[in-house]
Design a binder for this molecule. Structure first.
Ligand SMILES: *[C@@H]1O[C@H](CO)[C@@H](O)[C@H](O)[C@H]1NC(C)=O
Length: 215
């Protein structure tokens, strides 16, 4: 049989996928937290939170952007809150993921998420928190004003599939004051927020915030 150009393309794709999956498998064996390119996430590093839906291959669907906002419908608010902006043309805001321990790379638990020191009129900390995880909205929605201790953890959304096909590593977020609550998207007052209730955990990937990623 004469090799068609399609089989050449498939062969090349196979090589790419095989190469990628080998590198992803080495990062997934441990409890390491990795960004969507497979690099380890740095303790204290600044990352965009890229919403993803994992069922699509090769690139998960991205829907919207996570941002911190200081106003809702034109009204200033304090503390600031975390929202999902449905527009896909920006990366949202970069957030710092950190642990009080001094290791270079992030562990999956006891994570603090914040935007650095407060700027502007609202002097509440920018550290993510949930006022009452077992309460009803808005008290079970992610807001800011939290302390210095990390109360979040990230969990790999799905183990690497048996077919060894590479897909960007994605995570779900949990809020763990003592027991852990899955964080899901939640519609409140016409805005999409993050909440400690909901059926489908919010799936996201880490994208390192750096000058070349600003769009
Ligand atoms: C969190 O979500 C995962 C995946 O959907 C599920 O298996 C687990 O039971 C959930 N945990 C809680 C505490 O709801």
């Amino acid at each position: 049989m004469k090799p068609s150009s399609l089989s050449c393309v498939l062969l090349r794709l196979f090589i790419i996928v095989t190469t990628c999956s080998i590198s992803s498998i080495t990062t997934v064996i441990s409890d390491d937290v990795v960004d969507i390119t497979g690099d380890l996430v740095r303790n204290g590093g600044k990352y965009y939170i890229i919403p993803m839906e994992g069922s699509d291959y090769p690139t998960p669907t991205m829907r919207g952007r996570i941002k911190l906002t200081d106003s809702i419908y034109g009204e200033k608010i304090c503390p600031l809150v975390v929202v999902l902006d449905p527009s896909d043309d920006k990366l949202g805001d970069g957030f710092y993921f950190s642990q009080l321990t001094r290791q270079l790379y992030l562990d999956s638990s006891n994570i603090r998420i914040d935007s650095g020191p407060p700027v502007g009129e609202c002097e509440a900390s920018t550290s993510w928190t949930i006022p009452d995880a077992e309460g009803e909205a808005p008290s079970n929605l992610i807001t800011t004003g939290g302390g210095i201790y990390g109360v979040f953890q990230v969990v790999r959304y799905r183990p690497i599939s048996l077919d060894r096909v590479f897909r960007p590593p994605t995570y779900m977020l949990q809020y763990c004051p003592e027991t852990c609550f899955n964080i899901s998207l939640y519609s409140y007052n016409g805005l999409t927020r993050l909440a400690s209730s909901g059926d489908t955990p919010f799936e996201f990937g880490f994208l390192k915030a750096q000058a070349s990623n600003e769009i």
